[in-house]
Write a protein that binds this ligand. Structure first.
Ligand SMILES: [Zn+2]
Ligand SMILES: [Zn+2]
Length: 277
């Protein structure tokens, strides 16, 4: 028999009005979308961006964005699935990017983790970079934000971004890189989106990035069902738990969490181009 202690059931933090979840995967969470959105609302979450990481998932994200007034979609092909980006996928993603419910192109980017650990599970780096460049071009031509996934590919990612046309907004989702990369990204005007791992004990460097970043260049996200914040690390994540991440960042910045939530909410509108909607 396992001696592992059962994990506690995660519960939301205090009610924090105006919260956002800038990157989540509603279709991969434990409940149906309506339940997840309602439960998030009860903890103060006002705006959610749900992400499709393959063509089928992007369809679900877009459908959620069309159905719920406080949900928007990011549509793209995840770097580890970059081989899926054939002509049919390109044509459909181009249509999706034109939909008002779609506010970002992605998640796209580079991921060398699986290339190192299990190359069968992922597209190779050449395929990933080609797909990444295609998504950047779609972001530019559609005027939608670029939602970036980066896992153990800092140098290549920054190189590709530097020599590509500039996206209207560039979001580094689940930002997990060293402080030097944070500073370079902030200098370039990118948005750092912090997930639950900013609350993990050993991640002082991430908290430092969250402390020094200009308020206008910060997002928070659950990346659910993964990356559950402390004190529920290891359990399944969902948007209603974003308040724990907000509390952590408010604390390192020495500001009231309500004030942080208000600023992030304005960032959501600006970065995703929701003004006037
Ligand atoms: Zn990702
Ligand atoms: Zn994601």
């Amino acid at each position: 028999m396992s001696k592992k202690k059962p994990r506690p059931t995660p519960v939301p933090a205090q009610f924090i009005p105006g919260l956002i979840d800038a990157h989540t995967h509603l279709a991969s969470c434990s409940d149906d979308t309506a339940t997840l959105v309602a439960r998030a609302g009860e903890s103060g979450v006002e705006k959610i961006c749900t992400v499709g990481d393959g063509l089928a998932e992007a369809e679900l994200a877009l459908a959620a964005g069309q159905e719920f007034t406080n949900v928007w979609a990011a549509c793209g092909i995840h770097p580890t699935k970059a081989q899926q980006l054939d002509e049919v996928a390109r044509a459909r993603l181009t249509q999706m990017a034109a939909d008002p419910a779609c506010v970002a192109v992605g998640e796209t980017g580079l991921d060398t983790y699986w290339i190192t650990h299990d190359p069968e599970r992922t597209a190779d780096l050449v395929t990933q970079e080609e797909a990444f460049r295609w998504h950047i071009d779609l972001s530019v031509s559609s005027g939608k934000a670029l939602m970036i996934h980066n896992r153990e590919a800092d140098a290549d990612l920054m190189r590709v971004l530097a020599d590509s046309p500039r996206a209207p907004q560039t979001i580094l989702h689940c930002f997990s890189s060293p402080l030097g990369m944070a500073k370079e990204a902030l200098d370039r005007g990118y948005v750092l989106s912090f997930a639950g791992n900013v609350t993990f004990k050993r991640n002082d460097e991430l908290r430092e990035a969250a402390r020094i970043a200009p308020l206008e260049q910060i997002f928070i996200e659950t990346d659910a069902p993964y990356m559950t914040p402390e004190p529920f690390r290891g359990s399944r994540n969902e948007p209603s738990l974003i308040g724990h991440t907000a509390l952590c960042i408010a604390e390192v910045r020495g500001m009231a969490v309500e004030e942080l939530a208000e600023a992030l909410n304005a960032n959501f509108d600006r970065v995703f181009g929701l003004h006037g909607q």
